[in-house]
Design a protein. Sequence first.
Length: 490
Amino acid sequence: MVINIYAVCRLLGPTLNALAVVAVIPTLYAFFSDTTSTSIFLLMAAMSLVLGNVLIYYGNRASRRKHQGQMMITIRELFLFTTSMWVLIAMISALPIYWLLPDVDYFGALFETASALSTTGATVINHLDTRPPALLLWRSILQLLGGIGFVMIAVAVLPQVAMGGMNIFKTESTYFENSSKFTPHMKTMSLAILGWYMATFVLCIIAFLIGGLDLYMAVNAAACTVATGGMMPVDASMNGMSPFVHYSASFFMFVSSCPFTVIIASITGNFHKLVHDQQVRGYFIFTLLVSLAVTATLFFKNDYDLERAVRIAFFNVISILSSTGFNLEDFTQWNPIATLIFLVILPLGGCAGSTSGGIKFFRLQVCASLFRTQMIKSIHPHQVLTPQFNGHPLDVATVNSIITFIAAYFLMTLISSFLATFLGLNIVDAITATITCLSNIGPALGPELNPSNNFAGLSAPLYVLFSFDMLLGRLEIIPVLLCMTRMFWR
């Protein structure tokens, strides 16, 4: 067999055991605040622990392919490990939602956890204000875990997962090429990124406490913000919060949608890296210009005062570009120009190497470089030009991977939109819901699925389809599709 399933089980087992440990947090919170939920989370943790140990037992049969005394694992097994890990965690994490909420079936619960883990932010739960607080805390924890990525956490805390080398990062994100590394040591890099992520989380909590939120709300809101998930534990989302909370959330959403490796490299001594990074610079300028354009439409067409127009425009633009998807007013009800702007920026996303989803800015910049190069060659066919990114020539493999991703993105958008329409959605809802799920944004822009309405009431097949889209987008499409091909298994 080309793929050693036992080796994959050996990696999956400790990951599910770690999930059981994480489930202790909502269990303890439920014990002190809402005892009816305690047994539910204990049962889920026990199931995850049992399954994890069963996988470890079978994983011990893995053939010992060793290099310098350490068991090695192939790239195919890493792809299968990452994909199956996300699917398994989504399926197990859905159980408390299914058991505690009688109005949500298992497929709706699976959609909910897929949305949280992929930091999409779409929800099927109505009347969030009346739901068990421990369950809402569980959603926030899942967003926090999904934002940084399970592979990043696993490499940082589980030594056996590091055996795949730098290739393991490429199964969850395509941005970990050599130029993005600030240290040659994989575990050191993982710990540094995890440390920065948690520091940002704590700072965001403090900012929200200063803005008037209580501790429970501040923790949940901060998890939604730094993970760019947007699944607030209240129906109002960010509506009704103080302007200070809105400005704080805008800042932390933007920071979280910038590449962590570049930020850490800047903090640790290379101060100019953040300013000179082409992706960060382009993302900042684009966000600024789009936000100012939306501000102008609110000020002149919707008669907002200047401060409100600036705050609401910047918040919503950053929320969509960072793929957070917070709800602060319904931008589909403002004016046609603003609605069109949001429709255009919906699939774009933030920076690669961050918690945001979408196509990512570095891919768009590479495409722009390719376009410019081709235009010049059309006039000067004998001129030797090479597309560049961050001042360095792009190799053919990088260009091919970007073109492949974009082609796969639009192909999956077409296929999923067709299937969603076939399953009963109108065309606009089907297309925008597919884009928002593939890009991990949150709100759709259709007549039924929009920032004012959630995804409750859809059929089970639609929940499965959109859950698949969300995980597909979070893992950047190619790894998941590879696991579904014949050549992968031959």
